[in-house]
Every structure is written in structure tokens, then in C-alpha cells.
Design a protein. Structure first.
Length: 317
């Protein structure tokens, strides 16, 4: 972690150390009575909490610069609630080193009352919200997916590499598999699936669907939207949807197992908690497949319900 103050000085965290605070900038004001504006920024939606107000904004546009989007959300929330906010803390999907510029974020908010901002990857805030300080792993699966595991002395992140290079088992991944199955049926390369009718509702001429999709600025969310149809059709008995759902559950469990393998210690009887959060897990069949893989894993691990959500983790930074 690098902490940067308003004068431009910086201090590195101790080597080998870890922090849940991400990248921070302060202007030196006393924050003991701070009003915190918490942001949980994902591709599906951006959730904001300030005092008793919970607000949802449209999700991150991955093809555009991140900090202007976050600052615009912070300013809109402050204006809408009328709160005098002194601290803005954000857990952000896909936060990169280049975008972890807390000083630039503070400058873009451009509110004299705000004297501290905290930026963290959403894997951190998802973990804090779901498990607090418990050893274990949290997999957060919406449009994208990321898994974070915390052991006795190590932390491991798995996936979260975006829709082009990763996000296995995510809403986008499921939607992409669905569209692949549709076009396989269309060509005669694959089995019949009820997903075809869903695709034809959006694109009556399937031979032109790829052109429309590739030129759609919202193509990531469009593809991910098919995940809900896969979940519904899986429960209605569509074999292709069931296959996609089971494989997605397996991918998500594999990420959890991989993360736990990287953080486990030599302690005898080491026990972990595992928590699955995000819209993808609303599918009963996917959750069942996920749980089945976890139960068969090599670890002493218990699936638990989340203590809270990513927005709670952002507020706790």
C-alpha cells in the first residue's frame, strides 16, 4: 500500500505487510466525527451509502477512465443527500495500480468538506463485508468475478482478470457460453436449446446478431444479462442451460479452492470459512454445483452466509 498526503509526500507500507485500506490520501483534518460516503463500485451497478441513505447508480463503464466516474458518483450522492461528507471510501471492481491515485480522486471530487479518500480493490471490501476478520475465502460473482482468500499469514487473489482474459463463472462468462450455444444450434454444430428463442427476442435475425453486439457500447452488460435467462431455463429443464450452470459453479469453486491452497499454513486442523456473494449465486442450481465442489475439496471448509455486503466492507475501510 502507498499512502499519499496532500503535500505529495508518500510512505510505503512495511515490506510483506498487507492492508485493507488500499490507497489513501488525507488533508490532515480530524476525522473522529467523520461522515463517510461508502462506494461499492461494480460493473452491474455502483452502490453508495451515506448515513441512512443507500443509492444505486449505473455500473462502471470499463472502456472509460475510472476516477472521473467515481468522482461523478461521489459528487452526485453528496448533492442528492445534502450530507457534509468528510471521508469517501471506495471498493472498486478491477482497480489497477495506474488508477489507484487517491490524490487525483480527491481532487476530482472537488469538495472542500472531503479531506480523506480511500481506494481499495473490491475483493478487499467484499471480503471485509462478508467475513470480517475470519480466515477463509470470499468469491464475489456478478458481471465479473474475483476471489480473495485470507490465511494465517498470507493473502491470495484469484481471477478478476476481466471479461477478455478471465472472470470464469461470472455473469459475463455464463452469458458468453449461452450465446455460443445459441450460435452452435443456429449453425447445426450443437444441440437445441431454449436459449435460442431468448436471443431471437433481442436479435430476430441471428445471422446479424454479432454485428449488433460488437457495435453496442453496452455489450458487456448485454452479454451478462443472458445469465439470468440461463438460470431460469436451467430450472425449467433446458439441458444446455443446466450444463452451463453446473460448469459455472465448478469454475467458481475451483477459484475458491485455488485461493485457499495458496494461503493455507502448516497448522494442524486449520479451518476456513467460504462465502459466495453476488447475483450469479441467485441461481439455485449454480449454488448447488458450487457447494458440491466445495464439500468435495481437500480443505476443512464451511460454507457460511455473509455477515454483510461489499458496501459494508467499503464503509469499514
Amino acid at each position: 500500500m502507498t499512502a499519499v498526503d496532500a503535500r505529495g509526500a508518500s510512505a510505503e507500507a512495511p515490506a510483506g505487510g498487507t492492508s485493507h485500506r488500499g490507497v489513501t490520501v488525507r488533508e490532515g483534518a480530524d476525522s473522529r466525527m467523520s461522515t463517510v460516503l461508502a462506494i461499492d463500485a461494480g460493473q452491474t451497478g455502483i452502490k453508495v451509502r451515506v448515513r441512512e441513505h443507500d443509492i444505486v447508480f449505473p455500473g462502471i463503464r470499463t472502456g472509460e477512465p475510472l476516477l472521473p466516474q467515481l468522482a461523478a458518483v461521489a459528487r452526485a450522492a453528496i448533492e442528492r443527500t445534502g450530507a457534509e461528507v468528510s471521508v469517501v471510501s471506495a471498493g472498486v471492481s478491477g482497480l489497477t495500480t495506474r488508477e489507484s491515485d487517491a490524490a487525483a480522486f480527491l481532487a476530482r471530487i472537488d469538495d472542500a468538506a472531503v479531506h480523506e479518500v480511500i481506494l481499495a480493490h473490491d475483493s478487499t471490501t467484499s471480503f471485509l463485508g462478508a467475513l470480517g476478520d475470519t480466515r477463509g475465502a470470499v468469491v464475489a460473482a456478478g458481471t465479473g468475478v474475483v476471489t480473495l482468500a485470507v490465511g494465517a499469514s498470507r493473502v491470495a487473489r484469484v481471477d478478476g482478470w476481466g471479461y477478455l482474459m478471465g472472470d470464469a463463472g461470472s455473469g459475463y462468462w455464463i452469458g458468453r457460453e449461452a450465446l455460443d450455444a445459441v450460435m452452435r444450434e443456429y449453425d447445426g454444430r450443437g444441440p437445441t436449446t431454449a436459449l435460442r428463442a431468448v436471443a431471437e427476442e433481442r436479435w430476430p435475425d441471428l445471422s446479424q446478431a454479432y454485428i449488433h453486439l460488437q457495435s453496442d457500447p453496452e455489450r458487456v452488460s448485454v452479454v451478462a444479462s443472458f445469465a439470468a435467462h440461463v438460470a431460469r431455463l436451467a430450472t425449467e429443464g433446458d439441458a444446455v442451460s443446466q450444463n452451463i450452470t453446473v460448469r459455472a459453479g465448478g469454475e467458481l469453486a475451483h477459484s475458491v479452492e485455488t485461493a485457499l491452497r495458496r494461503v493455507r499454513s502448516d497448522e494442524p486442523g486449520e479451518h476456513f470459512a467460504a462465502c459466495a456473494i453476488g447475483g450469479v449465486f441467485r441461481s439455485p442450481q449454480l449454488r448447488e454445483a458450487f457447494a458440491s465442489h466445495i464439500a468435495a475439496s481437500e480443505f476443512d471448509v464451511t460454507l457460511v452466509e455473509p455477515l454483510g455486503h461489499g458496501i459494508d466492507g467499503a464503509a469499514a475501510l
